[in-house]
Write a protein that binds this ligand. Structure first.
Ligand code: GLT
Ligand code: MN
Length: 343
């Protein structure tokens, strides 16, 4: 629980966070924990909300999942259609050159919204992992943009007509991996796309920025989050860590850049962010089965510690240093709040 947080104070994590440890170079190293058996593991790790894909908890299983989650005291915070695992989406979903595949993608998006409503999740995330290109001119970029507008408009219209404002839609940017270049690459690009959607639907669309994805793009995550807040579009948040611009690592929150993470929490507190704070981390390959949830307990512990330190940051001191134009001293003050003693 995050003390003095507005709105939802519990933490969330994906069922996929507790995976079998495979990577592009090697298969599973742990037994696969059946998806619904991961719910108690999330609860024991201190999560209040679980997140899942339609490929993990399909529409036919949502009632059962809801009951199993309730039995261990958690609920669904976010549900999401998988546009990356199935071979059918190997060259994109809503952006595919093939009209049948675009149609299927839109259908899956609508179904995911229905499942989210049954589960009581207020947010559907769209991480459209295969929308992109490995070779230039393999798709016409201008047509692709129109296809994305068409797809999200149709899905937004459905969400509005069927569920009113009960389910909101958050697009998650990522610049590359699995594609060499992805559409919906950055927060700025997603905000631009939203600004081009049907004005009557734009209020249903927001962003789910993820720490690692901004850092892989070489962008500053604190600013990415500030930009979402300024636009009124911070609908959800995926926290983790990333060791520079290499492959997507999904390391524990608070691990690589704790000072920037402290600053991020100051920003979220000052904005009164009321949504769920969720982790998108990955149990690392070398971790043993019995320790599979360490990635979540470490992330949660770091978050709670940093959250308390962020509450203790004296905003008056920050403002005074800004007024005095002492930028380096601001970095020093944050470091003192993080590493030193706060008088
Ligand atoms: C996948 C991706 C994440 C997304 C998940 C939701 S799936 O693990 O790397 O960033 O949030 O689709
Ligand atoms: Mn994510």
């Amino acid at each position: 629980m995050l003390r003095n947080k507005k709105g939802q104070t519990g933490l969330g994590a994906g069922v996929w966070n507790l995976g079998v440890g495979s990577d592009p170079f090697g298969g599973p190293v742990r037994e696969s924990v059946p998806i619904l058996d991961r719910l108690p593991l999330l609860a024991e790790a201190g999560m209040t909300y679980f997140e899942a894909h339609d490929s993990e908890i399909p529409a036919e299983q949502v009632e059962e999942a809801k009951a199993r989650a309730a039995a261990c005291g958690i609920s669904c915070g976010m549900y999401t259609p998988s546009y990356f695992a199935s071979p059918v989406f190997k060259d994109g979903a809503m952006s595919s050159n093939s009209p049948e595949i675009r149609k299927l993608a839109i259908e899956n998006g609508k179904k995911a919204i229905d499942s989210a409503a049954v589960l009581g999740a207020s947010t559907v995330v769209f991480w459209n992992g295969r929308e992109g290109f490995d070779f230039v001119l393999s798709k016409n970029g201008r047509e692709v943009f129109q296809r994305l507008l068409e797809g999200f408009n149709q899905i937004g219209q459905y969400a509005k007509e069927k569920h009113g404002g009960a389910v909101r839609l958050a697009i998650e940017p990522k610049p590359n991996e699995p594609r060499a270049n992805m559409y919906l690459a950055t927060v700025g690009e997603v905000l631009y796309l939203i600004s081009r959607l049907d004005p009557a639907l734009q209020h249903l669309f927001g962003v789910n920025p993820e720490t690692a994805h901004s850092r892989i793009a070489g962008l500053d995550y604190v600013w990415d989050v500030e930009l979402c807040l300024e636009a009124g579009k911070l609908f959800h948040i995926h926290l983790n860590s990333q060791d520079s611009q290499r492959y997507d690592q999904d390391l524990p929150f608070g691990y690589t850049e704790p000072l920037k993470d402290l600053a991020l929490l100051v920003v979220l507190q000052d904005a009164g962010y009321a949504g769920i704070v969720a982790f998108d981390v990955k149990a690392p390959r070398p971790d043993e089965q019995k320790d599979i949830a360490d990635i979540l307990t470490v992330s949660a512990q770091n978050l709670v510690w940093l959250w308390e330190k962020a509450l203790a940051v004296d905003r008056g001191v920050l403002q005074a240093l800004r007024d005095e134009k002492r930028n380096t001293a601001i970095a020093g003050y944050l470091a003192r709040c993080l590493y030193g003693s706060v008088e």
